[in-house]
Write a protein that binds this ligand. Structure first.
Ligand SMILES: Nc1ncnc2c1ncn2[C@@H]1O[C@H](COP(=O)(O)OP(=O)(O)OP(=O)(O)O)[C@@H](O)[C@H]1O
Ligand SMILES: Cc1ncc(COP(=O)(O)O)c(N)n1
Length: 286
């Protein structure tokens, strides 16, 4: 048997789990997470929390799933597979957050990346006040890494964020709640700070910069980033390396973001790696 055959017959593929909502438009939520896991060579599993009717134009309807159905999905995956990393995304309401917290604790889920989906990058609150409190006080402290955007970081820290120093102060304040690593994301910052993130893990306070991509097609950046961090953790990378690799991936996916639909299009999860030939075919399509 050749080496190639031996490898393909017994692949040791890491497994990651996303606990998040569905985006019918395919740009964010579970759809973005599974594409990101696949890109990284990680087997993606999912526990759906809610179904959004959504497109690049926005969300027109949201239906939460029964908490028993959410818990059953998590149990089914974890009882069968060795899940190396988990990410949470849109958890919608208090009941769903409480159910996820209960499963994370009972099953002792490790390498948890909490994307605290609470406020859109434009500042609109996506979950009710009670849910915000529970997420902040109970779920975030269980995380290995939490990834708030500018507005979410304001809620978690109680600080206003307008400058890089504010981002740093917020990351340090959020760390005090017990989460191991904090990444304050700068997609919603103005001017030179757009796309600049701040990392704090108790020792290291680091500013992470790639390039600012001039595009309006940024739908799904937050989901993609947290899923890529989870994928890197599943692959055995340390937290800061995972965050840096994930940021590089998101930057590249933004550079190949898709002009699809009438609103801000999604990032291109696989598009940097399509052959030039195939991209030319797309351009010549009607
Ligand atoms: N124009 C950009 N250029 C480079 N990086 C960007 C840009 N916009 C966002 N990012 C990066 O994308 C990642 C996601 O951050 P962002 O602040 O957009 O999160 P979010 O608000 O949760 O996402 P979304 O807008 O999709 O809800 C961060 O690493 C951020 O720095
Ligand atoms: C189902 C679902 N989950 C999360 C988000 C936020 O997405 P992002 O912050 O990545 O744009 C979304 N728009 N829809």
């Amino acid at each position: 048997m050749s080496d190639l055959q031996a490898i393909s017959l017994s692949p040791i593929v890491p497994v990651a789990l996303t606990i998040a909502g569905s985006d019918s438009g395919g740009g964010a939520g579970i759809q973005a997470d599974l594409k990101t896991f696949a890109f990284h060579g990680v087997h993606g599993t999912s526990a759906l929390t809610c179904i959004t009717a959504q497109s690049t134009m926005g969300v027109t309807r949201v239906d939460g799933l029964p908490v028993e159905a959410i818990a059953a999905q998590i149990d089914a995956v974890v009882q069968d597979m060795r899940v190396q990393a988990v990410k949470t995304g849109m958890l919608l309401n208090r009941e769903i957050i409480a159910a996820v917290v209960e499963r994370v604790q009972s099953l002792n889920l490790r390498n948890l990346v909490v994307d605290p989906v609470m406020v859109s990058r434009t500042g609109a609150q996506l979950i009710d006040d009670e849910a915000v409190t529970l997420l902040r006080d109970v779920l975030v402290p269980l995380g290995a890494i939490v990834t708030p955007n500018r507005y979410e970081a304001q809620i978690l820290s109680g600080l206003q964020i307008n400058t890089l120093d504010d981002m740093r102060a917020a990351a340090q304040r959020i760390h005090k709640c017990g989460v191991s690593g904090v990444l304050v994301k700068g997609g919603g910052m103005a001017g030179e700070l757009r796309g600049v993130d701040v990392w704090f893990d108790g020792d290291c306070l680091e500013t992470l910069r790639t390039v600012t991509v001039e595009t309006r097609n940024t739908h799904g950046t937050g989901c993609t980033l947290s899923a890529a961090i989870a994928a890197n953790l599943a692959l055995g990378q340390d937290p800061l390396t995972s965050v840096k690799n994930a940021k590089n991936y998101v930057t590249e996916a933004l550079q190949f973001a898709l002009e699809i639909g009438q609103g801000p299009g999604p990032v291109g999860h696989f598009f940097p790696y399509l052959t030039e030939h195939r991209r030319l075919n797309y351009k010549s399509s009607p």
